[in-house]
Every structure is written in C-alpha cells, then in structure tokens.
Design a protein around this ligand. Structure first.
Ligand code: P53
Length: 479
C-alpha cells in the first residue's frame, strides 16, 4: 500500500547547540545559544550580555554529544536510521563569524562526525544556521540587521560546502527562516541575532533582516550547486497551518493573510521573488527597506531544490469586530484555541490531519519535493528502576503523523524525500532551555538544572520506530 521512495530517508533530527555541548572546546567561539539562560513555558529564556558567573547555561554541556558521538551513533545504527539531520555550529568554523580563515579544529570535528555516521550507513543532512549565530556578529554588527552578514554567511557556507562536498548531499540554509516573530519580545534566539533598539520598529527590522537572510540563502544555493551539482539545497520553514475559526468570510480572509505573512519566506526561496501583496504592503508601510535590484536578481537565480519543514501543530485564528482592511498578522494576539483537537502539556495543539493539509498546501504552492525534517511531541517522561520509559503517548503521536504522511504519498501522489523526527535523542529545548521537555526515543539522564549521569536509555518508542523503519513504514502497530 505505502509507496515511499526506495531511497526514503528514515532518520532523526537535532541541532548542534541543543546536543553537542563542548561550547568552548576546539577553539569554538561563543554563539547566542551559549548566552541563553534556562527558562520554562511561563518564564522566557534570557539572553545575557556575555557569560555571567552565577548563571546556568543549558547549552554549554547540553547532552555532551561532542564527546559521546561515537557511542551515540552505535545506538542510532541499532535504531536503523539512514539519515541524521544536524547543523554545523557556525561558531566552531568561524568563532567570531567575521574571520577570513576557518578554524581547522572545528572543521575536523564535523569530518570525524560525518565519517562516523557514513561508516554506520547514516547519511548526514545538514542545516547551516540553526539558531546559533556567533555572538560577536551580534555585538559588533547587530546581527542580520547588517548587510555585511550576507558576506560572512556566504563565506561560512562556501567553506563547509567545499569541505564536505563528498560527505553531505542534502543541505538547508536557515532553520525555520520564518520563525522570526520572537523579535517582538526582544529575544535573540532565532537565526537573526537582533536586539531591538529603543523605539525601533520591530516589524521593519524583521523585514530587513529577513531580506538579507533570503539573499544570503539564494547566494548559498548558487554557490553550493557550483561546488557540487548533485547537492540538494532546501528551504526550511516552520509549518504551522493557520485555520479560520469558522466559515465566516472575515475569519477565512484573516487566516489567508496569516498564511501569507507566515510563508512569504518560502515564496521567495522557492519562486525567486517576493509575492505582490508583500511588495505593496512594504511600500505602503514606508519601511524604506534596503532591497536592491541586484538582490532581486540573486533571488531569481538561487531557488531552492526542495522544501524542508518542521511540523508540530496547527493554529486557529478568529476575526474581531471592525478589523481594518490592512490587517497585520500578530500571532500572540490573534490565535485562539481550536476545540476540535487536543493540546500538549506545553500548549501546542496536536493535529496529525493538519500534516496532510499542510503537505498538500505546500505541494500546490511550490510543486517541489518535500522533506519532513522535524516532527515530535515534547512531553515529560518517567523512567522506572529498570530504566524503562513507557512513552505510549509519544508512539501515538508519531504513529498518527506517519500515518498521514503515508496517505499523502500513497493517495495524494506527493514526492516526499524523508522523515526525521525531532530530538530523537533527548536534548535541550530551544524554546524553554529545559531537558524535561523531551522529544526523544532515546532517554538522556539529565534534569533541568544540569544534574544527571548523561547515560542513555532506549524508550519504548525506540523499539517501535525501529520496527517502523525495518518495515519501510508498513508496520505502524504498537509493540
Ligand atoms: P522546543 C516554535 C514553534 C515551532 C518550532 O521546539 C520551533 C519553535 C521554537 O521553540 O522550533 C523548532 O525545543 C526548532 C528546534 C526546536 C523544536 O522546534 O521549543 O527547529 O530547534 O527544538 C522544538 O520544544
């Protein structure tokens, strides 16, 4: 029944700063993730001005993958995955971000990591920028508000494309490039590294920084293809479909505008140009952005090969009385609860059918191969005295999503490259800095304050996913 590609990638996904640790080893520089404190769902992580003595920084050690990767990869091989999505920490390769020459020790680390993976039949899938911009680029240049960042990023991309051209086939430029609204709260924990100045227009700044990022992404795509014609270089977007709360036409349009505002990044990366509504909107807002004709040519020439996306949840939006015609999407203000679907312990609305909707939407819009590069459930796990973790809630979540993914391939005829569930080994949450928000099929013994043996244990979901992979997705039954 299921007709997945013969070379379908069954994998797992992580990001350098969330699992490696070794934050100051191998001449690595400080990244913004290294100065992010721990938070909770109610208490946002803080970005401190440099490293403060009395603060706990969960990413400094993370799960110590930097030292433990050979043993971890043995467990990954036992799980049976054939793809491992990670990122290259920019600050290992260019510790400050603006050096002329790369740090050889950083390059060697990823050589060893990729070799170890390949020897175990696991293909590395690599994101260039996953929320870990070198901090020096923030303090000296203001992060992506500065056009110079394009040059630094392209140098980084060129360096790693060249170095790993025979080890890595699938690349993504910016993780969740559309995950930018955090700047409204002044948070740095996105790719952009933006600190709002007093009285600065956050929306204008977001459009400017995002423009430089899409230009840098398009340049990287062009250069990557020159270095290795077989490279597949993708966009990576956070896919959270926005539904209208009712069939009221006001809700329908509001949801449409929300989708446009959330996904224009993919329009630019996949179609090589800005959507008309946004050009008009930016003009009408008098943002006076630095977007040159040359930039627009770069965008046309650097279209991505596929759409990578994360999928965790859907959101729902409702109109208000007297909404202005030029409604501005503001997620925190406008999202309402969807009573038809459940909500996770961290407030994310679980919606497996929304995955089918999302993939059809993406396919209709871009017609490019799709790659589910993140999906998963953050939940509290209990480990018993035999080191067992009975995480049937996680199995159910993954099963329900894989089921929809298979319907999409079998019934909707959509070309899907692979599936790499997020945080398949427990790691530090990006949003909260917690360890207790666990996504893993592999348990890591460490708590939110940084205590624990760091031992690894296989959860029930590990044995379940192993069977799914062995049967190429045919066997989704519980244990
Ligand atoms: P955490 C928000 C919404 C959707 C995906 O997130 C998100 C976020 C950011 O919190 O991020 C992606 O750890 C991201 C990963 C992250 C994962 O989702 O907050 O690409 O780095 O860990 C899960 O539960």
């Amino acid at each position: 029944m299921v007709k997945l590609r013969n070379d379908f990638l069954w994998g797992g996904a992580v990001a350098a700063h969330q699992l490696e640790g070794g934050w100051n080893e191998g001449d690595k520089g400080i990244s913004i993730a290294d100065i992010a404190t721990a938070g909770t769902n109610d208490k946002p992580r803080e970005i401190t001005d440099g490293i403060l003595k009395d603060q706990f920084y969960p990413n400094h050690e993370a799960i110590d993958f930097y030292h433990r990767y050979p043993d971890d990869i043995k467990i990954f091989a036992e799980l049976g995955i054939n793809a491992f999505r990670t990122s290259i920490a920019w600050s290992r390769i260019f510790p400050n971000g603006d050096e002329e020459r790369p740090n050889e020790k950083g390059l060697e680390f990823y050589d060893k990591l990729f070799d170890e993976l390949l020897e175990n039949g696991i293909e590395p899938v690599v994101t260039l920028s996953h929320f870990e911009i070198p901090y020096h680029l923030v303090t000296k240049y203001g992060g992506w508000r500065n056009r110079k960042l394009i040059k630094f990023f392209v140098r980084f991309a060129k360096t790693v494309f060249t170095r790993y051209k025979n080890k890595v086939r699938y690349w993504m430029t910016f993780n969740e490039i559309n995950n930018q609204p955090a700047i409204n709260k002044g948070s740095l924990l996105t790719n952009s590294g933006l600190l709002l100045k007093k009285n600065e227009n956050a929306e204008k700044l977001m459009y400017q920084a995002s423009h430089y990022e899409v230009v840098a992404s398009a340049l990287a795509v062009q250069i990557g293809h020159q270095i290795n014609n077989n490279f597949k270089i993708g966009a990576m977007i956070a896919m959270v479909p926005i539904y209208p709360a009712s069939s009221d036409p006001k809700d329908i349009f509001k949801a449409q505008r929300a989708m446009q505002a959330r996904y224009w990044f993919a329009d630019v990366q996949a179609k090589g140009q800005y959507p008309k509504w946004l050009v008009k909107y930016q003009e009408d807002s008098n943002f006076d952005l630095d977007i040159t004709l040359e930039d627009l040519d770069v965008l046309k020439a650097g279209k991505v090969d596929y759409i990578g996306f994360s999928y965790y949840m859907s959101m729902t939006i409702k109109s208000k009385e007297n909404e202005p015609a030029n409604y501005k999407y503001e997620e925190e203000r406008d999202i309402v609860n969807n009573p038809n679907i459940p909500t996770s312990e961290w407030g994310w609305q679980i919606d497996p059918k929304g995955l089918r909707y999302s993939m059809n939407w993406l396919n209709d819009k871009y017609g490019l191969p799709l790659f589910i590069v993140e999906n998963g459930l953050g939940a509290v796990d209990e480990i018993n005295h035999n080191h067992q973790i009975h995480d049937d809630y996680r199995i159910n979540y993954l099963k329900d999503h894989i089921e929809q993914m298979e319907i999409v391939v079998a019934d909707d005829g959509i070309d899907l490259i692979g599936y790499t569930p997020w945080g398949f080994i427990d790691l530090v949450s990006a949003g909260t800095g917690q360890m207790s928000k666990r996504y893993g099929l592999i348990y890591v013994d460490k708590d939110d304050s940084g205590n624990g043996t760091l031992n690894r244990y296989k959860k029930d979901s590990f044995f379940w996913y192993k069977k799914v992979i062995e049967s190429n997705g045919e066997n989704l039954g519980n244990l």
